[in-house]
Design a protein around this ligand. Sequence first.
Ligand code: GTP
Length: 203
Amino acid sequence: MAKSPEVKLAVFGRAGVGKSALVVRFLTKRFIWEYDPTLESTYRHQANIDDEPVSMEILDTAGQEDVLQRESHMRWGDGFILVYDITDRGSFEDVAPLKGLLEDLKRPKHVPLVLLGNKADLEHARQVGTAEGERLAADMACAFYECSACSDAVGSGGGVAEAFYELCREIRRRRAVQGKTRRRSSTTHVKQAINKMLTKISS
Ligand SMILES: Nc1nc2c(ncn2[C@@H]2O[C@H](COP(=O)(O)OP(=O)(O)OP(=O)(O)O)[C@@H](O)[C@H]2O)c(=O)[nH]1
């Protein structure tokens, strides 16, 4: 049987935005109130997305990792979920610099991303409007979800799982485009070699 394509997903965001809670919600469909402040953790998960199997490796980063750790996690990932907490404006303001770091490190620069505003169940404490999230996602050319790790029902866009799935789809799309470009460039090389030979023969 063919092996499922592997995708490496990393979850980034300020400490306390709910990265671990979101990963656990995605993997177990449950919410657990408290975790040890994250030491980084990785998980494996298999899913069928649009009838195609995919094998995910998910890295839940620590909100307070140092620069070297962060860079190595950014190099590791194929795609990234950038999380903020809708009740913490500072966590929203951290997102654009994270995207900037990714662009500095990754080639090609345009990295598969999803923006996720978590804790949508805490509407009474909201500090970041939905429209602001939408605008930032438009600037970053990525999908946007407001969700709650407490519940799949809260928030727009079909909950936490949909954000992970959309990131996998985006990685697939990019790989398909890159594969085509590579195939095209190798065909071009063959054509150039044949042309050279023909020129030599005719001269
Ligand atoms: N109300 C509510 N609380 C949440 C939600 N997600 C996480 N929390 C709470 O927010 C706190 C931080 O959640 P974590 O998942 O540990 O956050 P983290 O981003 O992994 O934090 P670090 O590991 O320190 O980087 C915990 O008390 C969670 O119970 C949510 O969607 N709604």
